[in-house]
Write a protein that binds this ligand. Sequence first.
Ligand SMILES: *[C@@H]1O[C@H](CO)[C@@H](O)[C@H](O)[C@H]1NC(C)=O
Ligand SMILES: *[C@@H]1O[C@H](CO)[C@@H](O)[C@H](O)[C@H]1NC(C)=O
Ligand SMILES: *[C@@H]1O[C@H](CO)[C@@H](O)[C@H](O)[C@H]1NC(C)=O
Length: 428
Amino acid sequence: MPSFLGILLFFLFPISFSLPQRSSWPNALVLRVTKDASTLQYVTIINQRTPLVPVTFVVDLGGRYLWVDCDSGYISSSYRSAHCNSAQCSLANAAKGCKSCFAMPRPGCNNNTCVLFSENAFVGMVSPGDLGEDILALQSTNGLSPGPVASVPRFLFSCAQTFLIKGLASSVNGMVGLGRSRIAFPEQLSATFKFSRKFALCLPPSTMSSGVMFFGDGPYGLLPGIDVSKLLSYTPLIVNPISTAKVSYKGERSYEYFIGVKSIRINGKKVSFNPSLLSINKEGIGGTKISTVNPYTVLETSIYKAVTMSFLKEAENVTRVAPVAPFGVCFSPMNTRPTIPVIDLVMQSKEIFWRIFETNSVVQVTDTVACLGIVDGGSNARTSIVIGGYQLEDNLLQFDLVGSRLGFSSSLLLRETSCGNFNFTSIA
Ligand SMILES: *[C@@H]1O[C@H](CO)[C@@H](O)[C@H](O)[C@H]1NC(C)=O
Ligand SMILES: *[C@@H]1O[C@H](CO)[C@@H](O)[C@H](O)[C@H]1NC(C)=O
Ligand SMILES: *[C@@H]1O[C@H](CO)[C@@H](O)[C@H](O)[C@H]1NC(C)=O
């Protein structure tokens, strides 16, 4: 018996050493997110590789996975390319077949690996690259402040060529995709640490403060001690059967997050436009999605016209002035402070709506000119409503992939907190 136990321990130990201790497994992880002044992109820093180095990524809510420019000094002793026809390649839905590379082996140049196409949604370009894995590390959290660093030893991502970082904020090395794919960033974290498939986004309104992203369930604590996960209204998440990405395979489903906006109200009055624009048809056209790629909400032309007309009708004490691109409706306050109407995105019932207040609807362009922060998407817009970054700022959004629903808070400023209020001071 003792010898049998000895053999058993001998076999068990090397295995248990490679896994994190169950008791120290985090329930949630946290990342800081900032806004880049020149591109208006949302940026985060994630530690990767051996030795660990901070790598800067643009956040793409609808992106499929994490990709990195591997051609600009990717050095790591723990990088491994995925083997073609392996479980990783099929999990990633990579192109079939085996890829070779006739240069010095390095991340991005391997034999017998599979290829993924990384996408830069800002410029609509793709780059083929090797699927690989490496260590990635981020801070755990109890929801109130950051805790010990948790690492994912074999995080799957795609290598891209340097040209793909075109149009991204300076010093960015890739994009982190939070979309609906098996190897998206949130999915891999949930799978590694066995926490629930939920994540939350709280984007900062300016380049002066930072926002926060949580992976895992709440509490999501913001100073002064408010658990914002308790302040949410919910609406179902919808899958668009056809991708709306600038570049996609024919007939491929969408990796983005769609919701069912049923109508728009301005100061409580229903805005009139063709309601069929709000549903998604067989070709994947229509409906409402949420995007961190668009800095401002984009509306299909007829909705745009109806919304801006009602907005101007309801706004008091403003004088319309020449528009400042990309906006079409700009105004100057008159002698008194203007009164800006509230815009409601009404969901599955009249009582469930996402209310957009002045801080998320009006963009101050100069000292004397302000604009409605919504842009005209044209009459051929694939998606009728794209809720963009400016409208998401200082709102908490929880993507609950277990319940297939979106939790939204509306402006946190009315709850006396903001996305800049996560306490990033670690417990020593
Ligand atoms: C791939 O295999 C070919 C043929 O054996 C070899 O010439 C080449 O150097 C290899 N490339 C890498 C990156 O190992
Ligand atoms: C708009 O301005 C007029 C005249 O200055 C003033 O009487 C009125 O109260 C203002 N309305 C609002 C809503 O501030
Ligand atoms: C932030 O968290 C740290 C560590 O838990 C704590 O010492 C500090 O008091 C917190 N700050 C505030 C403003 O609550």
